[in-house]
Design a binder for this molecule. Structure first.
Ligand code: FES
Length: 129
């Protein structure tokens, strides 16, 4: 059996929102110390809403696919809505991940939270983390 479903493969082969946002309003970088993979997420925020999101991920296919769908999921969401997104939501959006790859989706949840925390701290607002 194929370990990855079609949606995961599609988001790995043709990931959306790859790259960097110059002058991003929030940047979050997280890493998994076990595998060494790194995910960096960039946010553009206007009126408390995420108007753009991009990512750079040096990691496995599941981490890249998770980055791709999570940047799509947070676009046009308020910061509060984006903070509600968990790695389970990311996995659901991908239509599932093999159990040994679930931790890769955790990077996406953490990157979102860290980028939003960075935005809050740049605005002089205490992070709610
Ligand atoms: Fe490291 Fe997937 S194996 S994030």
């Amino acid at each position: 059996m194929e370990p990855y479903n079609e949606k995961v493969i599609e988001n790995y082969a043709n990931p959306k929102n790859v790259g960097k946002i110059e002058n991003a309003d929030g940047v979050g970088e997280v890493g998994n110390p076990v595998c060494g993979d790194i995910m960096r997420m960039y946010l553009k925020v206007e009126n408390n809403k995420i108007v753009d999101a991009k990512f750079q991920t040096f990691g496995c296919g599941a981490a890249i696919a998770s980055s791709s769908v999570s940047t799509e999921m947070i676009k046009n969401k308020t910061l509060e809505e984006a903070l509600q997104i968990t790695n389970k939501d990311v996995v659901n959006e991908l239509g599932g991940l093999p159990p040994v790859k679930l931790h890769c989706s955790v990077l996406a949840e953490e990157a979102i939270r860290k980028a939003i925390a960075d935005y809050y701290s740049k605005q002089g607002i205490m992070s709610r983390e």
